[in-house]
Design a protein around this ligand. Sequence first.
Ligand code: NAD
Ligand code: UDP
Length: 347
Amino acid sequence: MAILVTGGAGYIGSHTCVELLNDGYQVIVVDDFSNSNPESLKRVEQITGKQLKTYPIDLLNQIDLEKVFKENKIEAVIHFAGLKSVGESVAVPLKYYRNNVISTLILCEVMRKHRVKNLVFSSSATVYGATDKMPVSEDAFLKPVNPYGRTKHLIEELLRDLYQSDKEWSITLLRYFNPIGAHESGNIGEDPNGIPNNLLPYISQVAVGKLQRLNIFGDDYPTKDGTGIRDYIHVVDLAKGHLKALEKITSITGVETYNLGTGRGYSVLEMIDAFENASGKKIPYTVVDRREGDSAICYANPNKAREHLKWQASRDIHLMSKDAWRWQQKNPKGYQEIVDPRQTGVY
Ligand code: NAD
Ligand code: UDP
């Protein structure tokens, strides 16, 4: 079965491509590499010993996208492509609405034209916004607090309307919690541009000596140690969740939403501790003010995915930290070519 993976060169997409290829799917990737490197796809092929087909195109370009559907017998789409930085979405909201919402609209139009009506969409726990009721379930009230989250919410609504208009569609909305870690080979992983916004990539860049110290955003939250609590999930567990969703959508129609999280929350200090144990490195930190827009606690109720998709996360924070560290050590510059320091005098 041929699966189109949009954003397949990215962090979660590349890990999902590995699982798809290992499971015998044919994989076609569309990615404009605006936030990724083609090297990730070469590594996916090395890990699996299998080939995938790549189209280096922007989803906003409908003519290019049509070509992908004409040239391949696509049966389902996993739609990862999108911009994901909360801070940037506040600064340049139009870029986020165009890239995330309009590209999804174009994708759906092309899918409909080619009678491909199976779709798995990357949503986010961000759609819940500042909710107090934890663990959070899929039926919680949605009130995203930033433009990024609002693009995800809008797309969810768009997809629900699409299904209402045509009951042949089968759509799964996956709300991810906090993906971290890397493939066990250490050959693919998260490769953020510039200084990371997220906790784990920041910690691992401190451990590898690229960054000096971590700023902890507040230690006065109403949590066990005062630092923020999140539901960290191993990216390979997350990737496997997509295969379960795919099995489901190709057998029934409808639109369903699932949380992909572990159901357990860990504080910033607990994550530092786990990473120190995994890496043997000390993570120096300073406590600074809270980050605007952060909630104290967020973790999933993952029961629906367990019951309906027969999926649950199995990798713990120690394995997440070990795998993240292996990737970071093997690839201190991410996918960027390692330049001989004798030639540049830097690094
Ligand atoms: P990523 O940036 O690593 O991957 C996204 C990929 O999409 C990149 O390879 C990028 O080049 C590509 N892309 C972006 N716009 C495109 C366009 N218009 N046309 C073609 N390709 C385009 O991000 P990720 O962490 O792998 O996230 C994947 C999806 O999951 C995103 O939709 C993101 O919003 C969502 N998500 C991520 C997280 C997280 O913490 N990583 C959490 C919740 C949801
Ligand atoms: N955090 C932190 N320092 C950082 C990055 C994050 O203290 O440099 C905290 C943040 O306040 C939150 C947790 O780590 O409590 C997870 O943050 P991340 O940005 O990774 O995920 P999100 O807040 O988007 O769920």
